[in-house]
Design a protein around this ligand. Structure first.
Ligand SMILES: N[C@@H](CCC(=O)N[C@@H](CS)C(=O)NCC(=O)O)C(=O)O
Length: 254
């Protein structure tokens, strides 16, 4: 039996959850970010991050590595495009979401889920929208080289990576301009028709409903890692971030 350390809020964990569902792989689920499971998570991933997959005596951390492992070990219903060039494009799209879109959405959304009395620093959201639009333009250009609306002809790592982020845009107050990014909009609509995406949406909505009263995970200190810090510093929010460190509101990966 596979053991999956996940969390209902994490786009990286949701990427893996969708890959597991798509391949039809039964698994035991543990909320790795719940206080009660922290020691178990650290035992399998000293960085204390989800997702982590344990398959017998093999432990895999990091969403891209987990999906890569699943594809090798359980090749039924492939989630990478068969064509090598398309596969490189799909992995490049995955990386853009993992390192940039995730960073923007997480950095700008802290005030919607953490225990905060303050307001976001001025201009943060606007900087986020500007940089999201740059990412959308890159995706739109990449999509022009492939079929529409599902660029690789079936669900792949690209959809499992983008779905959580695209679905979060509107709830977080961001926009995706359909006139400027028609292929991206059509791609998102195509994802909405997929059971694996809608099942994820249901699981996530249920988790989000529990947030205001959920005391089982950390909401005062924010866990900060590379890409999310990089975007803040690159957009000039170093003073704000230093304030966070000085006031003891930062948790670091080990
Ligand atoms: N590169 C990692 C990133 C994973 C990651 O950032 N996980 C976050 C949740 S989205 C986490 O576990 N943070 C620890 C915490 O919030 O306590 C991956 O692709 O799996």
């Amino acid at each position: 039996m596979l053991t999956f350390f996940t969390n209902g809020f994490s786009p990286f964990a949701r990427k893996v959850a969708m890959a597991l569902a798509y391949k039809g792989l039964p698994h035991e689920t543990i909320d790795g970010l719940a206080h009660a499971n922290r020691e178990r998570l650290i035992a399998v991933n000293p960085r204390a991050e989800v997702p982590v997959l344990v398959d017998g005596d093999i432990t895999v951390a990091n969403s891209s590595d987990i999906v890569d492992y699943l594809e090798h070990k359980y090749p039924q219903r492939p989630i990478y495009p068969a064509d090598l060039k398309a596969r490189v494009e799909a992995r490049a799209l995955e990386r853009l979401a993992d390192v940039r879109i995730d960073a923007i959405l997480l950095d700008c959304s802290i005030w919607t889920w953490a225990d905060r009395k303050d307001d976001p620093p001025p201009g943060l959201k606007e900087a986020g929208q500007r940089d999201l639009d740059k990412c959308f333009a890159r995706i739109e250009e990449a999509l022009s080289r492939f079929a529409s609306p599902l660029p690789f002809g079936h669900l792949t790592i690209a959809e499992f990576t983008y779905w959580p982020h695209l679905a979060a845009l509107r709830p977080l107050g961001f926009t995706m301009d359909v006139q400027r990014f028609p292929r991206l909009a059509a791609w998102f609509q195509a994802m909405r028709r997929e059971t694996v995406c809608m099942d994820d949406a249901k699981r996530t909505a249920e988790f989000m409903r529990s947030i205001p009263t959920n005391t089982s995970f950390e909401r005062e200190k924010i866990f900060w890692r590379g890409d999310r810090i990089e975007w803040l510093l690159a957009r000039g929010y170093h003073d704000w971030f230093m304030g966070e460190i000085k006031s003891g509101r930062v948790l670091w990966p080990d």
